[in-house]
Write a protein that binds this ligand. Structure first.
Ligand code: 5GP
Ligand code: ZN
Length: 111
């Protein structure tokens, strides 16, 4: 089972900031910004190539969770960045699809 599935199953702890029936958001263990949250579907989906017309709503739902969490953490007005690292060149480490929500400081654009 992947590390994010273990977090979903509460087998390993995480600092959870949002949870509903299908989605979860928790603090990144190695934050790259003052606010760094990971938003995941509870369903194990590895990567963007596994998104198709049957499940594309997941991406929209994750954006809605990002919006809620940004408000909850008070960065909705100052702004934030949403990142999906997909595949080796993007440096995807955990093959359970996730959105990074980064904020709380002015960020440079890095590639
Ligand atoms: P990726 O590079 O796959 O887009 O990002 C994976 C992220 O998951 C990294 O930022 C990493 O710090 C975070 N991460 C990896 N393992 C854990 C964990 O066990 N708990 C938490 N909260 N974050 C993790
Ligand atoms: Zn998983």
């Amino acid at each position: 089972m992947c590390v994010f599935c273990k977090i979903v199953n509460k087998e390993i702890p995480a600092d959870i900031v949002y949870e509903d029936e299908k989605y979860m958001a928790f603090k990144d263990i190695n934050p790259k910004a003052p606010i760094h949250i990971l938003i995941i579907p509870k369903e194990h989906i590895e990567k963007l190539e596994d998104i198709d017309d049957t499940n594309k709503g997941i991406i929209g739902d994750m954006a809605v969770v990002a919006n809620k969490v940004a408000k909850q953490l008070g960065i909705d007005k100052t702004g934030y960045r949403i990142v999906i690292n997909n595949g080796p060149d993007a440096g995807q480490e955990v093959y359970h699809i996730h959105m990074h929500l980064l904020g709380g400081k002015k960020m440079a654009f890095a590639t």
